[in-house]
Write a new protein. Structure first.
Length: 323
């Protein structure tokens, strides 16, 4: 398989990380790539950094547009590309050098029915140090019900997608931004792909997903709005999955609630608590009621102490050997 893979990188004020992200794309052991960076109206040095990398790697190309949001930027990159496979990569994430090669092998082994292959990810910090290695889903084949419950892929940089399958979906949904719900564009696309094709997985942490305070996913209420908007769009065609959608929404809100507690974000805890009560008061009561008294006291104490969570670095993602 010598197919061209189109790497699509949306970038907005990404000068801190775009250079390292481009280096991880350029270093892939599979070399037949086109690397398209869509600058989404950046006001920093992002375009200049991309041009400098393009001067030393002819596979890199810069596309510019007025700020329109991540979904529009990804779609613009796909429209400007020519590869048989689409490889989204966020401007602050990293890839293991063998990521694309190993995903293409899964496509070869799985045949034409496989429309998307994802990888596990390592959570990395601002210095590209691995802070968590707990992502290990093994969903493959028909994954529609599993995706209704949760986005087990977990980020926008792990998937490799057949172009002809991508073209049969609506692409990334730019309307979420206008509706006040950016954040779940990738989950919605994955669901639409799962409705028409099979999934494959590389069971190794080949993607470095960066966890920063200013990530879109750190806006907890926006993430819930995004999930709700996507569910409202998807549910009419899949009413049999209503219970999975609802349970998955509760799962996400619980994870965000616990994360806000761990990070000591009192305002987020209060807002999430109110959101959960409004959506499913019985679930909120069960969630709080399941905490033992000692744990509940510990939660309150952490909320009022100063300082936040300090991740324990487990190593450098560039040096990780998942093979």
């Amino acid at each position: 398989m010598d197919s061209t893979v189109s790497v699509i990188i949306p970038a907005y004020n990404a000068s801190r990380t775009i250079g390292e992200t481009l280096r991880s794309a350029s270093a892939q052991t599979y070399g037949n790539l086109e690397i398209i960076v869509v600058d989404d109206g950046s006001r920093d040095e992002t375009p200049e950094i991309v041009r400098a990398h393009a001067a030393t790697d002819s596979r890199i190309r810069l596309v510019t547009q007025a700020n329109a949001g991540v979904a529009a930027a990804r779609n613009a990159g796909v429209a400007a590309s020519h590869g048989e496979f689409i490889a989204p990569l966020d401007s602050d994430d990293l890839w293991h050098p063998a990521k694309i090669e190993r995903q293409l092998q899964v496509f070869r082994d799985g045949g034409e029915d496989v429309g998307l292959v994802y990888t596990w990810f390592a959570l990395i910090d601002g210095q590209s140090r691995v802070v968590q290695l707990r992502h290990d889903p093994r969903y493959e084949g028909d994954v529609l019900a599993a995706l209704a419950y949760r986005n087990f892929i977990g980020n926008g940089s792990s998937a490799l997608i057949r172009r002809d399958v991508f073209d049969r979906t609506g692409g990334y949904d730019p309307s979420l931004r206008g509706r006040g719900g950016q954040g779940c564009e990738d989950w919605k696309l994955y669901f639409e792909i799962a409705a028409i094709s099979q999934f494959g997985v590389v069971p190794a942490p080949m993607t470095g997903y960066r966890d920063l305070d200013d990530n879109m996913s750190s806006d907890v209420l926006q993430m819930l709005r995004s999930r709700d908007l996507c569910t409202a769009d998807l549910l009419p065609a899949h009413p049999q999955l209503a219970k999975a959608f609802r349970s998955g929404r509760n799962r996400l809100s619980r994870l965000l609630f616990h994360r806000a507690i761990r990070l000591g974000r009192k305002q987020d805890v209060a807002r999430l608590g109110l959101s959960i009560v409004r959506y499913d008061p019985l679930f909120f009561a069960a969630m709080v009621g399941s905490l033992p008294i000692s744990a509940f006291k510990g939660v309150i104490g952490r909320l009022w102490r100063s300082g936040g969570y300090q991740g324990q670095a487990a190593g450098d993602f560039a040096g990780l050997n998942p093979l």
